[in-house]
Write a protein that binds this ligand. Structure first.
Ligand code: NDP
Length: 245
């Protein structure tokens, strides 16, 4: 498929569910070529099937963001295929919440590996080509947990504060690039379905069911950030339900 020059080539990590899936759908509907990446191939293939059937431009790549080589390979393949990646959306994330004293160290490691190292791997893979072309968007999905800390979320918040800090440094050093940080509040997705303290995760699920935003609200914020004219960098967007304090 030929990609029109005014369409962006967009790589979305964690596109097999929730915010990533909604973002991929939204950006494809806006006419961009979207590459959906995550570990669950079947889910990706299903979304790509929907999109291409509707006449949009999309493909998928199996990707584990914790695997540096895997991230580099996927990015190299896409650059070879399309000549460029205009937008990387670092969205993949996990949130197994628990009190620090529970010492669930494997889950701490997992959050650092996916939420923080995963972002660094994505940036490292796309940065040389974007610097060479002197343009590109690196969208990092943080959280309201990147702005405030709550009990049971110490490590999760640490990873999200780190993503914001890193994004700011990346932006300052690369004035040709745009580095929007998108920070969602409670949003409907599968985020609380895996790991963590069952009681804590149950409470998050209940709160999300009650007040959570549709993932499309976050997708639209990302669409706004990357839709700006050259020279305009939307640094940061926080989107939360009105009922969230
Ligand atoms: P989901 O669980 O629905 O989506 C998470 C995505 O990340 C999935 O597509 C999953 O795909 C992917 N993922 C997880 N581990 C890896 C990995 N190692 N490699 C590649 N992909 C991976 O949750 P959300 O949509 O809510 O989460 C998206 C982002 O939004 C996360 O960064 C999260 O922290 C952030 N966020 C979410 C909020 C919410 O309330 N929902 C609030 C604030 C921020 P697969 O398992 O197929 O690999």
């Amino acid at each position: 498929t030929r990609i029109p020059t005014d369409a962006k080539v967009v790589l979305v990590t964690g596109a097999s569910s929730g915010i990533g899936e909604a973002t991929a759908r939204h950006l494809a509907e806006q006419g961009h070529h979207v590459v959906l990446a995550a570990r669950r191939r079947d889910r990706l293939a299903q979304v790509v099937g929907d999109l291409t059937e509707a006449g949009h431009s999309a493909e998928h790549e199996e990707l584990d963001v914790t695997d540096r080589g895997n991230v580099q390979d996927v990015v190299s393949r896409l650059v070879a295929r399309h000549g460029r990646i205009d937008v990387l959306v670092n969205n993949a994330g996990v949130m197994p919440l628990s009190p620090v004293a529970a010492l669930r160290l494997d889950e701490w490691d997992r959050m650092i590996d996916v939420n923080l190292r995963g972002v660094l791997h994505g940036v490292a893979a796309v940065l040389p080509a974007m610097r060479e072309r002197r343009c590109g968007h690196i969208v990092n999905v943080a959280s309201t947990a990147a702005h405030r800390v709550d009990p049971t979320a110490a490590v999760y918040c640490a990873t999200k504060f780190a993503v914001r800090a890193f994004s700011e440094g990346l932006r300052q050093e690369n004035t040709d690039l745009r580095v929007p940080v998108i920070s969602p509040g409670f949003t409907r997705s599968e985020l609380a379905d895996r790991g963590g303290d069952p009681q804590v995760q149950g409470a998050v699920r209940a709160a999300t069911e009650q007040i959570g935003l549709p993932a499309s609200a976050i997708a639209e914020a990302i669409g706004y950030a990357i839709g700006q004219a050259p020279g305009i960098d939307v640094n940061e967007i926080v989107v939360r339900p009105t009922a969230q304090n």
